[in-house]
Design a binder for this molecule. Sequence first.
Ligand code: UDP
Length: 350
Amino acid sequence: MPKAVGDDPSAPAAAPLLGAGARVLVTGGAGFIGSHLCAELLRRGHRVHVVDDLSTGSLDNLREFADEARLTVTVASIEDPQVAARACAAADAVFHLAGAVGVRRLASRPLEVVQRNLRCTEVLLGAAAAGRIPVLLTSSSEVYGDGPVPFDEAHSVRPGATEGRRGGYACAKAMGEWLAFGHREQDRLPVVVARLFNTVGPRQSGESGMVLPRFVAQAVAGQPLTVYGDGSQTRCFAHVGDVARALVELMAAPGTEGRVFNVGSDVETTVLALARLVRDEAGTEAPLQLQPFTAVFPPGFVDPPRRVPSLQRLVAAIGWAPATPLATIVRELVALARQQGDQRGGMAAG
Ligand code: UDP
């Protein structure tokens, strides 16, 4: 019988789930976090198979690996059981990132977000369970809802009221975790769950509402930075490169199987402080424009006031946690946005 979640961490360390030179399936590998994860896996000598339906991802995110023989890409939905079965049968390990994300999408199309996240995860886990292919399941800090900070993996999940829109995503992510542990129990599927906190970095799009790419684009264009509410809500932002490394290490370290890990930064920043930081790094006088939540979100859409992880479990498992300072991340993103603006300007002029 597999051990239960949260078993004695001092028990003898089980073997790592990701061996050297593995064949790794990354669902959602053409997305923002997925593409950085592929880069990290390739860097460590693995072979990578991406399955992505490009609904939010883009092949452009993987263009630096266009000539890389160890990367293959299948454009298809992992919701298709045949696609999932074929991909899992050819893999030694799976990182499951495919799903519908983004607060804006959740606010406007809550049913689609819930259905797609549930279906992707149910089908993928079923296929992985058939061959007992170890899975790292990416879940979300949203499962903690408005619970007490710092969020600890042993806390109850709090997806919120079903009459509200936001909780559906949290609930689908939590259900994914329960499905994973159900397969672990029933089929002896090895699983690790990573609850991702706010992750930022190159290639993140502001299209689905994510705050940092939006602030950077606004600041570089000299436009007002749109701060929702009074800006006193807090988040902790981690660099996507750090997050990708942590995900790989959670599969490569012994003793992580059957456990849930928060993955992110625990340095808390208000949205207002983030806006000021972006404005300073961009060297612009652009104003901060406070917009009431009621003007940007539908009724019943709750913006969590604080979100801070406990990282004790993660640090105990892999010896570190994502820690690139926010100012360094913002500087990098401002420089990239300027560079891309120059290239577009150059192309338009040329
Ligand atoms: N936010 C903001 N201005 C924007 C976009 C987002 O003030 O243009 C706020 C949002 O209300 C939230 C925080 O920034 O409090 C982070 O939003 P994001 O959508 O990036 O992630 P969340 O943590 O809400 O999932």
